[in-house]
Design a protein around this ligand. Structure first.
Ligand code: FAD
Length: 649
């Protein structure tokens, strides 16, 4: 009788030596896929920093050493503890969250390795590595255990966010000799966090406001002496049992009809939820009410918190809270892309190893066509997600670093300044375009791959023996937190339609270029990639035409003299864009497939060894995109009519 393969060595505690050594695709990025030079130059301030590196090669060598160390640590220290962490979970006693011993051991080691400060400037006690290193480490740690990565991210991630907010609000001072940060508003908090003595959280969600941030009710009030206090409840807060809370709260009334409505009334605060009294005892300023019992992520605490006139520090300007939170969220969403990638790697490798040993009907199951197809698609999808993730991470970091440079040490020459600003905008535009696509695509793929791993392991996948079911339990939150998949889709759809509204000629030119390239590009792969882009443009044009046609129909009811006003001003996003909202997720899938293809094409232009990855992606993506385009163009009217009817009643 056919036997089941042994449990996976990774999961059984006999660990792989290193998560980098077994991953040629990741190695490709470290060696050539990442354009390190501009990143290093900005990170090292053009090699002028005290105690800094003298060349890109030297800096990248150091980054690779750290990544290698983390790859080793993830495989040999985190992965073997993952099953126990999942089984033991966290405990909640007298308002305190208690970690199981294996999780404490991991965080003691992370502290000893000083990884929390990896991307913080040297003058603030960190290692001054680029954010790119943090993202790559996120993939490696998530491959071992996603929940460990989730908690880890609320250390360095919050420290970096505090520095970013201080730079943006103008409370960070830069010195030129030696170059570096002279003073920054949250220096003490940053130091405490990177030492591993504290961590932070991002408190947005409330009982009645999740995706709909405009409905937040937690309030910030200021007294006569300018001191701020927060009151309200936050729920589902990751690592919310920590000290430093970035809280979005309502400070302004911006809607005449509703005190608790609108995004412009929100502000951002830093609230330490405990401190130390003069006699050394702990003082609590807010209470952690509850530790959620969850399907997965058992090493990551998700808590509810009550604020009751909790002292807080306003960050930036009143009313800018939503805008500021989005800055942190963009970085976090790219982080979810890398976390998802790590989980995909774990799922694919588990399934592949099992399938190579499990015999069925005369051969191992990896030789059966359907399973071979599953595994091949998973492997190729992972390479596509990594290409998109690296692209997003690079452009986001370049945009951020250029902005910090412009604020802290702008070039003297106005032409240089203008060039730097143009470059910043270019990078930001690219990051903004792909971030929701990455978050959507990587999160959804992680769920799909974890489910496939279970399927490939058959009955064994459904048991807890191998850990495949844990991967699915862990993955299923990716499409929910940091903005659900539907919210990512709405953002992608809105940005793409707004681009047409703002610059219709530019859109038509882009569309014409894609159509031309699809026919006349010299390289067949380039022609296929252009065909995907042309399909996206056609679908966008179709949606825009439908929206405008519906609006014209309505505008025709008013006197001709009112047409310009009725057409330009009378837009109701909920009603007028319903066709686009209905298809936003399908459009996002098309855009994500296209963005992956474009990122892989760029790599293939410089390195022929990347061509088969692109060819494989195109073979699968081309019919998928055509199908989605067909669905968008031909379906939805019946449902929209039904919705319109019930909306009116
Ligand atoms: C493990 C975990 C950790 C979390 N960590 C944090 C954290 O650290 N900080 C924090 O602030 N929050 C956190 N959250 C909360 C998370 O961000 C929210 O759950 C998420 O934003 C969705 O909000 P909601 O749960 O209220 O769902 P809802 O907003 O009620 O959404 C329910 C469903 O409706 C869909 N939906 C909502 N509006 C629309 C629309 N306009 N169009 C189409 N579909 C729509 C959603 O996509 C979703 O599928 C965490 C959640 C979990 C599960």
């Amino acid at each position: 009788m056919a036997s089941r393969p042994e449990r996976q060595p990774e999961k059984a505690g006999i660990t792989m030596a290193n998560y980098l050594d077994d991953n040629p695709d990741l190695q490709y990025y470290l060696e050539q896929g990442i354009d390190w030079d501009p990143l290093v130059r900005l990170t090292e301030q053009y090699f002028t920093l005290d105690g800094g590196f003298e060349s890109t090669e030297e800096a990248v060598g150091f980054y690779k050493d750290i990544i290698n160390l983390v790859a080793d640590f993830a495989a040999n220290e985190i992965a073997p503890r993952s099953k126990d962490i999942d089984r033991l979970g966290l405990r909640f006693e007298s308002g305190k969250v208690l970690f199981p011993e294996p999780l404490n051991e991991i965080f003691e080691q992370i502290k000893a390795l000083e990884l929390h400060g990896a991307c913080i400037p040297r003058e603030l006690g960190g290692m001054n590595c680029p954010l790119m290193l943090y993202y790559i480490n996120a993939e490696l740690i998530a491959r071992a255990d996603v929940s460990v990565m989730a908690h880890h991210s609320f250390h360095g991630g919050i420290a970096a966010a505090l520095l970013m907010y201080s730079i943006l609000e103008g409370t960070t001072e830069y010195r030129t000799d030696p170059p570096g940060i002279a003073k920054t508003r949250f220096a003490n908090e940053i130091a405490e966090i990177i030492r591993g003595d504290a961590w932070g959280s991002m408190d947005i969600t409330e009982p009645n406001a999740g995706s709909d941030m405009a409905a937040l009710r937690c309030t910030g009030e200021v007294d006569d002496e300018g001191r701020w206090f927060l009151t309200g409840q936050k729920i589902l807060i990751t690592s919310g049992h920590g000290k430093y809370h970035l809280v979005v709260a309502r400070t302004e009334k911006t809607d005449a009809a509703d005190d608790f409505a609108g995004l412009k009334g929100l502000s951002l605060f830093l609230a330490p939820i405990h401190g130390t009294a003069a006699d050394g005892t702990r003082v609590d300023y807010a209470s952690v009410d509850n530790l959620e019992s969850k399907l997965g992520h058992h090493g990551s605490a998700t808590v509810s918190i009550s604020y009751e006139r909790t002292p807080a520090h306003l960050i930036g300007k009143r009313g800018d809270g939503f805008k500021q939170m989005l800055l942190l969220m963009n970085t976090a969403r790219i982080g979810v892309g890398f976390e998802s990638l790590g989980l995909c790697e774990a799922a694919w490798r588990m399934a592949k190893a099992y399938a190579a040993e499990r015999p069925s009907m005369g051969k191992t199951i990896d030789r059966h066509e359907m399973i071979a197809d599953y595994l091949d698609e998973m492997e190729n999808d992972i390479k596509g997600i990594r290409a998109l993730a690296m692209y997003a991470a690079f452009h986001e970091e370049m945009a951020q670093k250029l902005q910090f440079n412009l604020l802290l040490s702008p070039p003297d020459d106005p032409d240089d300044r203008a060039a730097m600003e143009r470059s910043r905008r270019r990078h930001q535009k690219r990051s903004r375009a792909v971030t929701p696509l990455l978050k959507y695509h990587a999160a959804e793929k992680a769920v799909e791959m974890a489910r496939r791993a279970i399927q490939i392991l058959g009955g064994g996948g459904y048991t807890t023996d191998y850990g495949a079911e844990k991967l699915l339990r862990d993955a299923i939150v990716f499409p929910i937190y940091e903005g659900t998949s539907q919210i990512q889709a709405l953002m992608a759809m809105k940005d793409n339609l707004m681009e047409i509204v703002k610059d219709p000629k530019g859109f038509l030119a882009k569309s014409a270029r894609a159509h031309k390239l699809a026919l006349s590009g010299r390289d067949p792969l380039e022609r296929q990639v252009a065909r995907l882009r042309a399909s996206c443009c056609r679908v966008l044009q179709h949606l825009m035409t439908r929206i405008v046609a519906a609006k014209f129909k309505e505008v025709r009811q008013v006197p001709i003299t009112d047409w310009p006003r009725a057409f330009t001003r009378g837009w109701d996003p909920k009603r007028d864009f319903s066709i686009a909202m209905l298809h936003a997720e399908r459009l996002t899938r098309m855009l994500a497939d296209t963005a992956v293809a474009e990122a892989l094409l760029e790599q293939a232009r410089h390195d022929a060894s990347r061509r088969p990855i692109l060819a494989n992606h195109l073979e699968r993506a081309t019919p998928r995109v055509a199908f989605l385009a067909e669905v968008i163009s031909t379906t939805g009217d019946t449902l929209l009519k039904e919705l319109a009817k019930t909306d009116k009643t």
